[in-house]
Design a protein around this ligand. Structure first.
Ligand code: C2O
Ligand code: CU
Length: 457
């Protein structure tokens, strides 16, 4: 299967509009010098190459990117930060061989993908330095933006913060029928924060309250800019930070048309001018530049930190008659639950009072049974709660913000728990039997033990 040769140049597909050539040339152009500049010159948004998941060799290794002629030391998948964007169609399959070029053990978890336990990247399936591991699974789920990252015992936060993460896009017929913006008009945006030292290296310091970087990166690019046409764009947003929450907004006050989230399309398009997302969560957004004059600049901002994330400059007049669909998909509600389980996220390292033990099975879930899972916290939030092995439907949030937001409808695999909140979800494991984990996706909490093993039986 040619699993030993790196094939990162195959299936390269430019998706970056005016800056697509950067991706096509395979240049790992990325982050820039670390000084905060209020009126920063913008740097072309890096678009990782798109590759097929059907047979791919994925190397995780230290890499030195060239950033405006300066070296930038990171950990990267095949030399890219973020890693290559996998694309697969429902009904297809994935066959990815990890080659661990790190000095530490690692795994690859396919966040949002329903895969057999052996392909889920559980910390028990750690790959030693120099080792390889074959991840093979059928792609049999809704179209969605999923992603991949290490899930290494007590080292996930470090490996992700230093650069290991990438997108995994699933397409299906239902999505194709909507004729959504594609090609250069479909842009992945991996939003995260980072720290960069004076030598140009990404750095990581574990902090029990969560790693908060001093600068934002979008697709690894600091002070990112993208030239856009007078067209409708589809932005596939992943919150890829370790701990930071982003409150996204456009500087011109225009609303986002939200068409999807973690688990794919919503039932109907929702319009919001501010959206808050937490580590692990995804958004599928349409943004309309058709009424804007050439030369107009619109900033994608993070209102929490007051950061300018991505400057969108209207650069070219085109005619685009793509419609924003009002109705998107049918979400079949999960039936009434057979069982209720309670999960208390305690302190910064415990679920239901217990610190994660890699060898302990915390509970068993019958295959195919609809259950209500109730998440609550004793403090130290935010806790973005993530479940492997199935998506869920958010039913109710009480306390705290006290509501379910439009971007939390449909199917989710990660839901934000703030202090004082109780969130109820319905979940049914009808993919595979075997060992999975659920955990806080603030990666420092995960690494300290806010995680549980469960077995679908
Ligand atoms: Cu994104 Cu268990 O992880
Ligand atoms: Cu937490």
């Amino acid at each position: 299967m040619g699993k030993t040769s790196i094939t990162r140049r195959t299936f390269v597909r430019a998706m970056g509009g005016a800056f697509g050539a950067v991706a096509a040339a395979g240049l790992p152009v990325s982050v820039l010098a670390a000084r905060p500049r209020p009126t920063a010159t913008r740097n072309p948004l890096f678009i990782p190459p798109t590759v097929s998941a059907a047979g791919y060799a994925l190397g995780a290794a230290p890499a030195t990117l060239s950033v405006q002629g300066q070296p930038r030391s990171v950990l990267a998948y095949n030399g890219y930060l973020p890693g290559p964007t996998f694309r697969a169609s429902r009904g297809g399959s994935a066959d990815v061989t990890l080659m661990n070029g790190l000095a530490q053990e690692t795994t690859v978890h396919w966040h949002g993908m329903v895969v057999p336990p052996a392909a889920d990247g559980h910390p028990r399936d750690a790959v030693a330095p120099g080792g390889t591991y074959s991840y093979q699974f059928a792609v049999n789920q809704r179209a969605a933006l999923n992603w991949y990252h290490p899930h290494t015992h007590m080292l996930t936060g470090e490996q992700v913060a230093l650069g290991l993460a990438g997108a995994f896009i699933v397409n299906d017929d239902e999505e194709a029928a909507l004729a959504l913006p594609s090609g250069a008009y479909e842009v992945p945006l991996v939003v995260r924060d980072a720290n960069i030292d004076s030598s140009g290296a990404l750095t990581y310091t574990a902090k029990s309250s969560g790693f908060l970087g001093k600068i934002p990166l979008v697709n690894g690019t600091q002070d990112a800019g993208l030239a856009v046409d007078t067209a409708l764009y589809r932005f596939r947003v992943l919150c890829g930070s370790n701990a930071r929450l982003f409150r996204l907004a456009l500087s011109n006050g225009a609303p986002f048309a939200i068409i999807g989230n973690d688990g794919g399309l919503l039932a109907a398009t929702a319009w919001e001018s501010e959206i808050e997302i937490a580590p692990g969560e995804r958004l599928d957004l349409l943004v309309d530049f058709r009424t804007l004059a050439v030369g107009t600049k619109v900033m994608l901002r993070d209102l929490n930190a007051g950061w300018d994330l991505l400057e969108l400059t209207v650069a070219r007049q085109v005619t685009d008659t793509t419609a924003v669909p009002a109705s998107l998909s049918t979400i079949v509600p999960l039936g009434p639950p057979v069982t209720t389980r309670e999960f208390s996220f305690d302190g910064m390292s415990r679920i239901n009072g217990s610190v994660y033990d890699i060898n302990r099975i915390d509970f068993e879930v019958p295959f195919g049974q609809t259950e209500l899972w109730r998440f609550r916290t004793g403090g130290n939030a935010p806790h973005p709660v993530h479940v492997h092995g199935a998506s869920f439907q958010v039913q109710r949030r009480t306390g705290g913000r006290g509501t379910i937001f439009s971007w939390e409808r449909g199917w989710k695999d990660t839901v934000l728990l703030q202090d004082g909140e109780t969130v109820e979800v319905l979940v049914r494991f009808d993919g595979f039997r075997g060992l999975y984990v659920m955990h806080c996706h603030k990666l420092e909490h995960e690494d300290m033990g806010m995680m549980a093993n469960f077995v679908v039986v």
